[in-house]
Write a protein that binds this ligand. Sequence first.
Ligand SMILES: Cc1cc2nc3c(=O)[nH]c(=O)nc-3n(C[C@H](O)[C@H](O)[C@H](O)COP(=O)(O)OP(=O)(O)OC[C@H]3O[C@@H](n4cnc5c(N)ncnc54)[C@H](O)[C@@H]3O)c2cc1C
Length: 424
Amino acid sequence: MNNRADVIVVGAGPAGCAVARAYALAGRSVTLLEANPEGKSPKRFAGEWLHPEGVDALKQLGFGSTISIQGRPRGRGFVVYPGDGESPVKLDYVEGQLGLAFHHGDLVGEMRQVVASTDRVTFLRGLRVELADDEGVVLESGERLEANMVVGADGRSSIVRRSLRGANNHKAVSAMTGILIEGVNAPYPDYGHVFLGKPSFLLGYEIAPSVVRICVDVPLKFKAEMKDPEWLIASIRDTLPLVWRQPCEEQIRGGHLQWQSIQFIDRADYGNGRRVLIGDAVGHSHPLTATGITNGLIDAIELVQTADFRAFVRSRRRACRVPELLSRALYDCFSKEDAFSHSLRRAVVSLWRNDKEERDRTMGLLMGKSRSFLTFAGPFFKALFGAWQGRDKTTTVMAGLSSIASWIRLPMAYAMASWVRPKT
Ligand SMILES: Cc1cc2nc3c(=O)[nH]c(=O)nc-3n(C[C@H](O)[C@H](O)[C@H](O)COP(=O)(O)OP(=O)(O)OC[C@H]3O[C@@H](n4cnc5c(N)ncnc54)[C@H](O)[C@@H]3O)c2cc1C
């Protein structure tokens, strides 16, 4: 094995494959290290929806075959079912752009194939990195590899991030389980579906023709109950479309569930320029807004294209701040159970239902087309005002004001954090 390269990339997930290929295309020698052994296609339950910006990034890096596989569902946007029998609201990607839906393992498998055959990339699987420093990494076997730069693309439990900042002690906000059902279609086959209901909300979309992925978000207060299949079935039954109920119940009773814990970690810390973090190793939001893979791909492209590390960090922080805020606000809005949050939920859905401009604004934020705080703040405060007007009038004005105050804290905290964040 050659123990020296220009760049060592730790982790061959979507972000690691993308950055390895981008550096190699730019003429650098790259060693890409992946802990999972060769041939073991990752079956894990993770990102399966890509926004149009992510699709463009795949094309730009020459992962075109990944996108063009026949029969792969195309993502046109989202359909939100507000619950209580109300009709759904459709939010289309702006300008007719298309996202993509797929099985996570298929995307990663195909990206790994492309990167393995890329000149200047040495792709080594089944090698776990134990330690990282500014000059290289140490493998589980004790062997040392050196490089001018180490890129940590090693996901949520990143060893490279730990080498810089110590253990991550962020708490989970919820658990999400993935259920695959076959032989059924989605009500809107090219769309991602968001069903508001119980225990908080469900997501559903086709990842292949007639193969539907259902994701159930379970708040942690149901930690004990979530282990009971009958509790899960009863909780989601009324929220699921009729045709999905029976196959979904069969999968749950058969124990075919994959659980993941869900955290929010701000995308603030990109490393020190010698050890650089990208993808989930930087931070991550709730899968509700499906931004993780797209973020990782854009990190990879910008890192390679931006000569100055500090300019890279500034650009990525600016790009991710408002979508992160949107993700947190939507998660709270869709999952909180108090009366004011219900009212806010109704107000948000009504804003989307009645105003195409607001739908486009939301989708623009999700697609990374807008980075402006005002693009978020305008509809946020409109929805808050709508929630105030539609609130349960039997509660006191003080109780209403205190609910509003708790909602305003979120954007304020974000605004403050970006002002006080140390300049890189
Ligand atoms: C339930 C769920 C649903 C999601 N849905 C979506 C979605 O619809 N759309 C979306 O965009 N995102 C979604 N995400 C997020 C998305 O999965 C991640 O953002 C994305 O996978 C991150 O890619 P990555 O390459 O940064 O990290 P990962 O995909 O985590 O890849 C990291 C790689 O590094 C390897 N590795 C780790 N440690 C080491 C080590 N020490 N040495 C060597 N290799 C190592 C791992 O084996 C892995 O292959 C979802 C996440 C979850 C949990």
